[in-house]
Design a protein around this ligand. Structure first.
Ligand code: FES
Length: 276
């Protein structure tokens, strides 16, 4: 799939554009059985729509992990469209229910990173909805145009936050929570207790915030060793909370204390296979 995405981006780069004309780069992940067929029908039926969306065919919308999406936003994508079958029509039965849950997590992480969540959109398009596909693409392209170009490439601080969001999306805690969310709601936990959706979402939001902040500490301390106070100021997070995150990261052997500078210890991320 990586080659497909690179090909889509390269295709877009080769297109001529007016001197001052900016055209958004949008990646569209479309499920093979419905949305991609809908896009096909749209073309065959000659419905008009902007050419900004580069389609990447995937077998099911649930194939799109938060990591794929956040990595693309970190690389500077202006928008991402995920298209799947209507609920209860997924060819893998429950795939798109999981997609919905994942999209919620992705949007939350984008928000934490400081990237507009409106740059990410999920739509259900069936194989017979060619016209709907053209309307969605037109509307979404307009929406991304209004938001303007992604600032990630020009803003180093934003890029660091985007990388932190990507890092958080790959943590075991968030992957496990979002993977289990649907089951906890529908069939319940090992004791057969069903969990309330609102309560579950609150719990996941809190875990997302924690994991994002920990991931941001790691990103910032990869650049150089930093003190708790410095990290707190950059992140705009109280120092006692930063310290609690550092304790957790040290327990996981992900961050190390550098030789204290005077009385103030500084922390540096431990990079796997690299130096501290
Ligand atoms: S096969 Fe289309 S969303 Fe799963």
């Amino acid at each position: 799939m990586a080659e497909n995405v690179q090909h889509a981006i390269a295709q877009k780069k080769d297109e001529p554009a007016g001197a001052n004309e900016w055209e958004p780069k949008i990646i569209g992940f479309l499920c093979n059985w419905c949305s991609y067929a809908g896009a096909d029908l749209c073309g065959v039926s000659r419905y008009q729509y902007p050419t900004n969306v580069r389609a990447v065919r995937v077998m099911c919308s649930t194939r799109i992990s938060p990591h794929i999406v956040l990595e693309l936003f970190t690389a500077g994508a202006d928008g991402i469209l995920v298209g799947g079958c209507h609920l209860n029509d997924c060819h893998y039965i429950t795939g798109n229910f999981y997609t919905e849950k994942r999209l919620r997590l992705m949007k939350k992480l984008l928000e934490d990173a400081g990237i507009e969540p409106q740059r990410l959109r999920l739509e259900w398009v069936s194989a017979s909805e060619g016209e709907k596909f053209s309307k969605i693409v037109t509307e979404f392209t307009e929406q991304v145009k209004k938001l303007g170009p992604s600032k990630v490439k020009k803003d180093a601080a934003l890029k660091t936050r985007a990388s932190a969001a990507d890092g958080a999306s790959q943590t075991f805690r968030l992957r496990a929570l979002v993977g289990k969310e649907l089951g906890l709601e529908k069939t319940g936990n090992v004791y057969g207790q069903k969990l309330d959706q609102t309560e579950l979402e609150k719990l996941i939001d809190a875990a997302t915030k924690d994991e994002f902040e920990r991931s941001l500490i790691l990103e910032l301390s990869k650049q150089k060793a930093r003190s708790v106070k410095e990290l707190g100021q950059i992140m705009d997070v109280p120092t006692d909370k930063v310290l609690r995150h550092i304790v957790v990261l040290r327990q996981k052997n992900m961050i190390a204390m550098e030789h204290p500078d005077g009385l103030t210890p500084t922390y540096k991320a431990i990079e796997i296979g690299g130096e501290q």
